[in-house]
Unconditional design. Structure first.
Length: 167
């Protein structure tokens, strides 16, 4: 595989404490006990992914980082933080750094609606297209990052329930 070809797994964080919970800023909302348990089940399936994950990159927000920690327990990887995976992050900026990486297969842990918007953008889907990544859901894209525009193909889109069943 060339450095310009990447397999990207997009994983949305697990079920977290409700937005607007008293005393918990949005950036610090943790996973719920149910969210942790479901992600532990899903992580067993994620460990079987082919091609295998070579880098694990997370949003710095608590719920995404906790999700990445659960995935990490079944992988021999360090968690990298990238602020572009935070809500409102820039796909264009993220792709600039991605092109420089030597790894060919990366998992990105982040948030909605950004992850779905990034996927739709990479797949060149129009603004009226609908794609939603549920909490704990997974998408896989095969991406070619050569200039002038990246091209991608959807390889996999799994609901959290189906992902857990694959474990």
């Amino acid at each position: 595989m060339s450095q310009a070809h990447k397999t990207l797994y997009f994983l949305r964080h697990g079920i977290a404490v409700q937005r607007g919970s008293p005393g918990i800023p949005d950036t610090e909302r943790p996973l719920t006990d149910q969210g942790r348990e479901k992600m532990k089940q899903a992580a067993r399936a994620l460990a079987k992914l082919r091609p295998p994950i070579q880098a694990l990159i997370s949003s710095p927000l608590t719920r995404a980082y906790q999700t990445a920690e659960i995935v990490q327990k079944n992988q021999a990887l360090e968690i990298e933080i990238n602020p572009e995976l935070s809500p409102g992050g820039s796909l264009e900026n993220f792709l600039k750094t991605l092109k420089k990486r030597s790894e060919n297969c990366l998992m990105l842990v982040g948030h909605e609606p950004d992850m779905s918007e990034w996927i739709k953008s990479l797949l060149e889907m129009g603004p009226s297209a609908t794609l939603v990544l549920k909490k704990g859901g997974l998408a896989c894209l095969s991406c070619y990052l050569e200039k002038p525009r990246p091209q991608a193909q959807l390889e996999l889109l799994l609901s959290p329930k189906l992902l857990r069943k694959l474990a």
